[in-house]
Design a binder for this molecule. Structure first.
Ligand SMILES: C[S@@+](CC[C@H](N)C(=O)[O-])C[C@H]1O[C@@H](n2cnc3c(N)ncnc32)[C@H](O)[C@@H]1O
Length: 126
């Protein structure tokens, strides 16, 4: 029998959504949004989040878009954090973002940042 890869992938994410919904069901202060990051950011006012964790599409353009969209949504003193810093596209996007925002954020070094699964963290200072 041939599997339908698209349907299989969708069912994986449907299961993940059901699981996460169940885990967080007791917490009234948790709201799960099933949206693309580029659609979700506009639902929030600026300076809303203490931190935002970025782990969506890993291309240079997508990471640049997520950093750009969510930076204003983070409070001063808050963080943009993300996964897979060593992944092709992610470190260059983060470094280009830091150049543009050299006056309003700082990059926090992580001992694992050079590895594929490494994390990056940017602190908003202005
Ligand atoms: C590397 S996985 C990480 C998933 C999750 N953070 C985890 O650790 O299990 C990236 C996920 O981002 C999703 N994704 C891709 N583009 C996205 C976008 N524009 N907005 C939101 N999620 C996206 C993918 O479908 C995939 O589930």
């Amino acid at each position: 029998m041939e599997l339908n890869p698209a349907a299989e992938k969708q069912s994986h994410y449907d299961n993940a959504y059901a699981y996460v919904s169940e885990v967080f069901a007791p917490y009234q202060n948790v709201k799960i949004l099933r949206k693309k990051s580029e659609d979700a950011f506009m639902l929030f006012t600026d300076n809303y989040f203490d931190y935002v964790y970025i782990d969506g599409e890993h291309s240079y353009d997508a990471v640049t878009r997520d950093l750009t969209n969510y930076f204003p949504k983070v409070k001063v003193g808050g963080y943009l954090i993300g996964d897979d810093y060593g992944w092709e596209g992610i470190a260059p996007a983060v470094q280009a973002f830091l150049k543009l925002h050299r006056n309003d954020c700082i990059f926090l070094d992580d001992p694992y940042a050079g590895r594929t699964g490494g994390q990056f963290a940017i602190k908003k200072i202005k």
